[in-house]
Design a binder for this molecule. Structure first.
Ligand code: SF4
Length: 326
């Protein structure tokens, strides 16, 4: 069995505020195998982007890692110095942000930005940099003529593709993506997802893909981690989660998005909103919104229980744990 390329262990991230620390990521464990596509899903405010930024070591104050480790290719990234991290970023792992318009420099051509990234990580000749820039842009389906374009001269879809091309300059082992398709229309979204998956299959990098839209990743991710209130609510193989979601929150999320397959059905949202992490509920964090809540859910916090190959944080599954009386 190959060892995972990334192991997140017991990771906690706090936002340090004058009125007290707010825990946005609460004791999260995750693993990613080489070449695997893992999606992290959940509503806004559930901690998924904070988790992703913590993995990429891109948090800035007031957010800080208050515990745990992020082991990537044998190094604990939490313990690395800024210069050690700079050395690994782009080369070993790269990050694709939600909005390329904000992530790309509006004052520089795409080629100049690619060149900056390559110059920071080696001593390639000007010609080698030009060739590599054209190569990665073609990989994402954009004509190399656009190397001379500035970000505002490209469509939203082309900008996101340029960001992905930049992330692939050194063919890293891991590409971390934060809702990279959220600003695109559904047609451009689908085409970009197909492209990402094709590139992943061809080049063999692992992907962590954060999205609030579960249906978007249903065909592309091997595993899903559903986050709620800063914690993993359910982690499972994508196919099994879509077929038989265990956590009531996963059920609610699935019912909130249209399915491409199967009969038409009425979409139902999840009433209420995610918890205020400054004052999380005493028991289960999903209890105020849960249609299956029991009296004990208001006072007892569920653990993360194994059910087959899946993990689920819900008291409904506690009784089935080995060693527990029926
Ligand atoms: Fe719902 Fe209770 Fe399970 Fe929480 S522990 S998800 S409130 S049934």
């Amino acid at each position: 069995m190959p060892s995972p390329i990334l192991e997140v262990r017991d990771l906690c991230v706090d936002y340090v505020t004058n009125s007290g620390d707010v825990r946005a990521v609460d004791h999260v464990d995750l693993t990613v195998e080489a070449g695997e596509f893992l999606a992290i899903v959940g509503e806004s405010g559930c901690g998924k982007s904070t988790l992703l930024f913590a993995i990429a070591q891109l948090l800035s104050p007031p957010a800080e890692i208050s515990g745990g480790s992020v082991i990537f290719k044998g190094n604990d990234m939490v313990q690395l110095s800024p210069s050690e991290l700079r050395h690994m970023r782009w080369r070993d792992y790269s990050v694709v942000m939600q909005s390329a318009m904000n992530a790309l420099n509006p004052m520089k051509s795409i080629e100049a930005q690619f060149k900056d990234a390559m110059a920071a990580h080696g001593n390639m000749s000007a010609e080698a940099m030009r060739n590599r820039s054209a190569e990665v842009l073609k990989l994402v389906g954009v004509d190399a003529v656009h190397l001379r374009s500035y970000p505002h001269q490209l469509s939203g879809g082309m900008r996101q593709r340029a960001m992905i091309a930049m992330a692939l300059l050194f063919t890293p082992d891991l590409v971390i993506m934060d809702e990279p398709t959220s600003a695109l229309d559904v047609v451009a979204q689908r085409s970009l997802m197909i492209q990402i998956k094709e590139l992943q299959d061809r080049l063999g990098f692992a992907v962590i893909f954060v999205t609030h839209d579960m249906s978007l990743v249903s065909h592309y991710s091997a595993r899903l981690a559903v986050m709620y209130g800063g914690q993993i609510a359910e982690a499972a193989r994508t196919a099994s989660l879509f077929e038989k979601p265990l956590h009531p929150y996963s059920v609610g999320l699935l019912d909130a998005f249209p399915s491409i397959h199967g009969p038409r059905r009425v979409l139902t949202g999840i009433p209420g909103s995610p918890p205020d992490l400054a004052r999380p509920p005493a028991g289960c964090r999903f209890q105020p919104r849960c249609p299956q809540a029991m009296p004990e859910c208001a006072v007892r916090q569920p653990g993360l229980y194994s059910v087959g190959d899946s993990m689920v944080r819900c008291l409904l599954y506690e009784a089935a744990q080995p060693g527990r009386p029926e």
